[in-house]
Design a protein around this ligand. Structure first.
Ligand code: KG4
Ligand code: ZN
Length: 352
């Protein structure tokens, strides 16, 4: 069974093909990605209309590229999966429309996948795949959540952010420091030259006793610091920018690590899966690795190139659902997108 996956929820067009023959972990046959980062950079953030138009331009050439590198043709595809939500409505409609059209033309079933389910299952494509159950720390540009995952489709929300996501905190702070979009990787690079203790930045809800998060106050604190430093004679120095970047990263990482540990303690689970774009952050990985080793907790990450949005995670999530007879399949060309969609509300088993 070969599944074609299409991701178009935000600013990356991803297409991938996985093989889900048998009961083993599905194998990634090929994947291709086009990032729109350089296109949106001039605007300091994603411009939804431009994103949709670019997805239209990229999705079919990427599909051809994936099929060619797998040495297969469209006729070899058994199921077409696409990101149904959450995400930008116009961007999602591109992937959904293409998937439905391919499904109708090839007479193959089509499957809508939850973007976050894709992220949290993506470590199954790594060399060190996890086993159920586990706690998932989902840290992306739009979401920061801790979930208890007992199996594919069984997601219990333990806690989430009450305002900004961790990726948003990275991106907004980076913007204040004059770094290009998306700020996370740039801020993290600048932080390498700075001291994480230079500025005492807030860690909201750190001691709330619950696995919840709040990052909006951090961005305000960074803004206040930047204004103060810019007002000094000569303005903000390179050293101060690096110090502020390192201190911001330290605040975000400390909160993420502490709350992940709290969720593990509350559930009694000994396995952690980290997914989403912020999961690529080196400091976060180093600190999680250190504390998890001490506490005898196994920690799993997606391959670095599969941390941010991609088609492989969508094809994989579809394949894992198909293997468990948990797929919601549609035929005949109709499609629907869900720009807002709660992962814990995801139906675990329905076959149409
Ligand atoms: O999962 P993702 O690709 O897209 C969403 O679904 O949101 O995550 C993108 C987010 C952005 O906020 C980006 O700045 C952040 O992940 N990110 C990072 C790093 N790489 C990506 N944040 C911190 N450090 C990184 N190395
Ligand atoms: Zn994502």
């Amino acid at each position: 069974m070969r599944v074609l996956g299409i991701e178009s929820s935000c600013d990356e067009t991803g297409v991938a093909l996985v093989d889900a023959s048998g009961d083993g972990v599905p194998a990634l046959l090929a994947h291709a990605l086009h990032s729109q980062i350089s296109m949106h950079q001039a605007y300091g953030g994603v411009v939804p209309e431009l994103a949709s138009r670019d997805h239209i331009r990229r999705v079919l050439p990427l599909t051809r590229e994936v099929l060619a590198s797998a040495g297969l043709s469209l006729a070899d595809v058994d199921v077409i999966a696409y990101t149904q939500g959450p995400g930008l409505a116009g961007a999602l409609l591109v992937g959904a429309g293409v998937a439905a059209s391919l499904g109708a033309a090839l007479d193959r079933p089509v499957m809508g996948i939850h973007h976050l389910e894709g992220h949290l299952l993506s470590p199954f494509l790594s060399a060190d795949p996890p086993e159920f159950p586990f706690v998932a720390l989902l840290v992306s540009g739009g979401h920061t959540q801790l979930m208890r995952v007992d199996d594919v489709g069984s997601y219990e929300l333990l806690g989430e952010t009450i305002d900004d996501a961790a990726g948003e905190a990275f991106d907004k702070s980076a913007k204040l420091l004059g770094l290009p979009y998306p700020g996370g990787p740039h801020l993290s690079k600048l932080a390498e030259q700075g001291s994480p203790e230079a500025f005492a930045l807030p860690r909201p809800l750190l001691h709330s006793g619950k696995p919840d998060f709040s990052f909006a106050g951090l961005k305000t604190a960074v803004l206040t610091q930047v204004r103060k430093l810019e007002a000094q004679p000569g303005g903000i120095t390179e050293r101060q920018r690096a110090d502020l970047a390192a201190s911001t990263q330290a605040a975000i990482v400390e909160v993420l690590v502490k709350k992940a540990m709290l969720a593990l303690k509350e559930t009694g689970l000994k396995r952690l899966v980290v997914a989403g774009g912020v999961g690529a952050n080196r400091q976060l990985r180093e600190q999680l690795n250190a504390i998890c080793e001490k506490r005898r907790i196994r920690v799993h990450y997606p391959e670095l190139h599969l941390c941010t949005d991609n088609g492989a995670m969508i094809a994989l999530a579809a394949a894992l659902r198909l293997q468990r007879d948990m797929a919601t399949l549609t035929r005949g060309g109709g499609f629907e997108v869900k720009p807002r969609w709660d992962l814990s509300q995801l139906a675990s088993a329905s076959q149409l």
